[in-house]
Design a protein around this ligand. Structure first.
Ligand SMILES: Cc1cc2nc3c(=O)[nH]c(=O)nc-3n(C[C@H](O)[C@H](O)[C@H](O)COP(=O)(O)OP(=O)(O)OC[C@H]3O[C@@H](n4cnc5c(N)ncnc54)[C@H](O)[C@@H]3O)c2cc1C
Length: 419
């Protein structure tokens, strides 16, 4: 067994891991013995979450299992080692002329870590990344290997597993023939235009994001479309198309972003906002994200705009996105087409926690849910009201992890409560 010193902190540097040791099992048997013999442990992905979600007494990183990405063309499926990043997966799929349905804003994250928190991209017809999962292989706390497939009882509870059910070793995902995407950025869309034409704007691309900083008007409207669809117009509801590349965070270099200006390219190099091999987003930052039902989207955006004076001093940028409803028990998009209000904050933990609590209180009338990988004030009691299948998930945790090996403080606070 290879062990190393745990990384001091997560990607953004706003959370310091308390674990001192990371284990890097070199085989499934080593992993099984390790998990069964450790009192409290957790799998760590690429460390892109902003909270204590991945922490434990000891951590497990699956970077030495030495497994390959394998493609089953007949089943339109790919089987991916859990620690592979979306960038690595996209490279393998592109070699075979295949693609995923969607990507997050960055390809740097691990597949298992992303699906564990229901990481999403944008697009009113596209579900979050976990909705592409057709199967999972995991090692439970007894050291058993469990294979779960779509359609089986409890499968929909296992995919967005928050790391609480076992160490996922492989993820099976649905794939489709490769496609090209082009993106155009429109600038300075007026708030009234957004509200009056919300449905048309969301339908204007396969992926749509509105970036703003609570100013007089919005800043950037990113529209991504599969090629072959209609041409991009030169303006959209009064917002002209940008004539040079943009970065969503003011003052940051667009070299870090995927190609714009309508230049067609592979799905994997357009659906994420940020390029593999470059720093995504701002770097020194904290993120939070609130989800409401699509039908409440405009009212929710307006409610949060009331807090603009409190938000602005801490804000780097806010992004509005749409996500299709799904049936994964702990998905924040469970059972409702969703509008996401995403915030990239300056890295001031105490002040961010305070303003996030204010935003989530303002969104409480909309049964707000929050991103599992980001800062939130919502706790297990509140979660219970918003997730119909939470009790089922808690039962699943007890069934698959009866000794609580994967329970950590974050899980107790946000999901398990006193259960
Ligand atoms: C710059 C930036 C941009 C982002 N953009 C987006 C975005 O566009 N959309 C979005 O929804 N989110 C976004 N996020 C959030 C990010 O996608 C999530 O926090 C995601 O969970 C990170 O994955 P990770 O591999 O880093 O997991 P980690 O942060 O390392 O871990 C997250 C969880 O996954 C579990 N886990 C990891 N590996 C395994 C495994 N093998 N088995 C079982 N459990 C496992 C951990 O135990 C933990 O519970 C962004 C984050 C950053 C920093």
């Amino acid at each position: 067994m290879v062990t190393s010193k745990a990384p001091e902190h997560n990607w953004s540097g706003n959370y310091a891991y308390r674990a001192a040791t990371v284990h890097h099992p070199r085989s499934r048997d080593e992993l099984r013995r390790l998990v069964a013999g450790t009192t409290h442990t957790r799998a760590l992905g690429s460390r892109h979450s902003f909270t204590a979600i991945a922490d434990s007494d000891e951590l497990i990183v699956l970077d030495r299992l030495g497994e390959e990405i394998t493609i089953d063309r007949t089943a339109s499926s790919v089987s991916v080692p859990a620690a592979a990043t979306y960038a690595e997966l996209a490279e393998a799929l592109n070699r075979q002329g295949l693609a995923l349905a969607n990507m997050a804003s960055l390809p740097h994250i691990s597949v298992a870590g992303a699906i564990a928190t229901a990481t999403h991209g944008s697009g009113e017809r596209l579900g979050n990344l976990a909705t592409s999962v057709t199967g999972l292989e995991l090692v439970t706390s007894t050291g058993e290997v469990l294979i779960a497939r779509r359609g089986e009882p409890s499968f929909e509870g296992m995919v967005v597993g928050l790391g609480a059910l076992g160490v996922v070793t492989r993820v099976m995902l649905a794939v489709q023939p490769s496609y090209e995407v082009a993106q155009v950025i429109y600038e300075r869309l007026e708030w009234d235009a957004l509200f009056d034409h919300f449905d048309e704007i969301e339908a204007a691309g396969d992926s749509v994001s509105v970036f703003h900083r609570f100013a007089e008007r919005t800043e950037q409207l990113w529209i991504k479309r599969r090629t072959g669809a209609a041409e991009f117009p030169s303006q959209l509801f009064g917002a002209p198309a940008a004539t040079s590349a943009r970065h969503p965070v003011a003052g940051s270099d667009p070299i870090n972003c995927t190609a714009q200006l309508g230049e067609a390219g592979p799905w994997s190099e357009r659906l994420p906002h940020f390029r593999s091999g470059f720093t995504p987003s701002a770097g020194e930052e904290i993120q939070s994200e609130a989800f409401v039902a699509r039908a409440d989207g405009i009212a929710a955006i307006k409610a949060v705009r009331e807090l603009a004076d409190e938000i602005r001093p801490l804000l780097l940028v806010c992004e509005l996105r749409a996500i299709a409803a799904d049936s994964l028990w702990l998905s924040p998009h469970y059972g409702r087409d969703t509008v996401a209000l995403h915030f990239t904050w300056r890295r001031d933990q105490v002040a961010v926690e305070r303003v996030v609590a204010r935003i989530e209180a303002a969104l409480a009338p909309f049964a707000v849910r929050s991103h599992w990988g980001k800062v939130t004030s919502l706790r297990a009691g509140g979660a219970a009201r918003c997730y119909e299948r939470l009790d089922d998930f808690r039962r699943l945790c007890k069934e698959l992890d009866p000794r609580g090996a994967f329970v950590n403080d974050w899980l107790r606070a946000h999901v398990l409560g006193g259960a």
